[in-house]
Design a protein around this ligand. Structure first.
Ligand code: T46
Length: 149
């Protein structure tokens, strides 16, 4: 599945957690405020079949700790900020999402750990598939085995 044209690699080098990309969302700002756009074929390269969001993070909250076998996702910090650590079995990197105009694309087989949520954070996720528990790999050793399998 190709990346949309304006999606770029950032923050990580070489093989460090390949399978993800940061992308800048189009923004239209005027005296009324700002409007950001996520459109198929531009900011997102997969048809969106599901939208969910996380909010109300408590101090020390941690989420993720899994990878997906098939799922493609675009993650945006709509408000506030959080940290996301990525691992593709060959390299690792960490991003802090803190802008509503910055999206993080995650492809299949990337382990993610999310932490350090600000209390006001709202994390929006656009997903390529409906919820399927069988798509999750929640054991890190199994993740590595599947990568090498
Ligand atoms: C991911 C990270 C970034 C549903 O019933 N439907 C859904 O679409 C989702 C996403 C979750 N759930 C249920 C399953 C669990 O009982 O909501 C509960 C919490 O889900 P989970 O523990 O998977 O949440 P996170 O924040 O650890 O992970 C979520 C996504 O599940 C995952 O795909 O990549 O956000």
């Amino acid at each position: 599945m190709p990346y949309p044209p304006n999606v770029r690699a950032d923050g990580c080098h070489g093989t460090a957690a390949a399978g993800h990309r940061l992308t800048d969302l189009r923004r239209f700002s005027d005296t009324r405020g700002s409007l950001a756009v996520i459109e198929l074929g531009r900011e997102v390269g997969f048809p969106v079949r599901r939208v969910y969001y996380m909010y109300g993070a408590g101090a020390g909250s941690a989420r993720g700790a899994h990878a997906h076998r098939e799922l493609h996702q675009l993650i945006v910090a709509m408000q506030g900020s959080f940290q996301i650590s990525l691992d593709n079995g060959r390299g690792r990197c960490v991003h802090r999402l803190d802008q509503p105009t910055r999206g993080l694309y995650l492809g299949p087989m990337v382990w993610r750990d999310m932490s350090d949520f600000s209390a006001d954070s709202i994390c929006l996720v656009l997903a390529s598939e409906c919820y399927d528990n069988a798509d999750y790999i929640r054991d890190y050793d199994c993740f590595l085995q599947e990568l090498r399998g």
